[in-house]
Each structure stands twice: as C-alpha cells, then as structure tokens.
Design a protein around this ligand. Structure first.
Ligand code: SF4
Length: 227
C-alpha cells in the first residue's frame, strides 16, 4: 500500500552554498553583494512557496519487471536491468515541491529578474533531490539505497507511464502529460533500489553513455565507496 509522506521544508531546503555550487560557482566568497541579496530573497521565496510531499510504495521484482519494460523502448542493456537482479528491496516513489514554485520561477524570468528566477530554479531542483535523499535514507535499513529514474541511463522516459499506473502519484498532485513530462515541473519519480553497496557499482561504458552530459553515476558511485 502506498504511503504519503509530508515533509518539513526545513528538512529538505538546500543551503545557499549548495545553490551556488549547483550553478557552477567555484568560490562563493567571490559572489558580488548584489547577487547575494538576490540569493537571500530567492531562498526566502523558495522556503515560502515549496510544499514538499512524497509517495512511496514497495514493489516486487516481478511487478517491477513489467514496470521497467514500460513501452518497450529501453536500451538493450542498462545499469538498472543488472542492478535490479541483485537488489533486496524495491520501492517506487514520486516526490514534488508543488506548482507554486514553478509560478514563482516563471514570474521572475518574465520580469527579467534573471538571477532570482535562476536561484529559485536551482534551489527548487535541489530541494526535490533532497526529498529523494530523505526517502533513500528512510528505506535503507542497513542496505545501500539509491534512486533510479525513467529518462536516465537507458531507462526510457516512456517508462513513466507504467510507473504512474502502479504508484498513482496523482494522489499527491503529480500528473504526466503525453510526452511523459511531470507536472508540477519540480517533481522526481523512479525506483529506490536497496541492497549491498556493490550492486550499485558498474562500468559506465553503455552505448548511451557516449552522449552523457553529467556522468552523475561517477559521483554516486564515489559516494558509496567513501561511505
Ligand atoms: S555515464 Fe551518464 S548515461 Fe552512462 S551510466 Fe553514467 S550517468 Fe548514466
């Protein structure tokens, strides 16, 4: 049965430093004071307008096999298809910080207040990621738990359809459009995979890795090996 979790914004709000680092600022002491003022305002608005909420449900490997297959558009080989086989527990999840924050971001871009819009946008993405991290810790229970999402690393974005059919994130206000994009925009969905840490370690030499712009798997794998 799905569980709906309301979170406190203070538990998932990123720091000002994290927002700046997310934007590629190397030395935050070099940030001009006018931008610091914009950042302060952005953090206040982010806190006011975000409504963090999550839905989570345990899922059997047999059910996930069908969900992962989705519309049959996944890469022939992917890290997740191998990781799942060695997993101990799976939970489907979806998280959002609501639609008000998107309106706030758009409002500032429309008013040519680019720094504020950009800071809130980055902060909102980090807040959603922080909710996922809370869920990872919540289900970990001595295992190493990481989230994997449709649209990344060989799991085709159309996989969202079956994931949504099973989990019903509409219960917390998240819907899917025909292109499999979520509304509200600042939402994340996927599967939390729990098991021994080494199941999350893999060689990132899949065909789709040639087009990767983030190589985020490296950071994730490093975080496991350091833990
Ligand atoms: S290199 Fe990029 S696409 Fe390949 S597994 Fe890592 S994050 Fe995914």
């Amino acid at each position: 049965m799905a569980e709906i979790i309301n979170l406190l914004i203070d538990d998932v709000l990123p720091s000002k430093e994290d927002v700046q680092k997310f934007q590629g600022v190397k030395n935050i002491n070099d940030t001009p004071s006018i931008l610091i003022d914009s950042l302060e305002l952005s953090m206040t608005l982010l806190k006011e307008k975000s409504k963090p909420i999550a839905i989570i449900e345990e899922c059997s490997k047999a059910d996930f096999k069908d969900i992962y297959l989705g519309e049959g558009q996944n890469a022939a080989e992917s890290p997740l298809s191998h990781i799942i086989k060695k997993a101990e527990k799976l939970h489907l999840f979806a998280v959002t910080i609501g639609g008000e924050i998107t309106k706030e971001i758009n409002k500032h871009f429309d008013q040519n207040e680019f720094p504020i819009g950009s800071f809130i946008d980055s902060g909102a993405s980090l807040t959603a990621d922080n909710i996922v991290a809370v869920l990872e810790s919540r289900v970990a229970n001595q295992s190493t738990t990481l989230a994997y999402s449709p649209g990344y690393c060989g799991w085709h974005v159309s996989g969202q359809k079956k994931l949504f059919q099973f989990l019903r994130p509409d219960k917390i206000g998240i819907t899917l459009n025909d292109s499999c994009l979520m509304t509200p925009l600042k939402s994340v969905s996927g599967v939390l995979v729990s098991g021994p840490s080494d199941i999350h370690i893999f060689d990132n030499n899949y065909s789709f890795c040639e087009e990767c712009t983030t190589y985020s798997c490296i950071i994730r794998m490093k975080s496991i090996t350091k833990a």
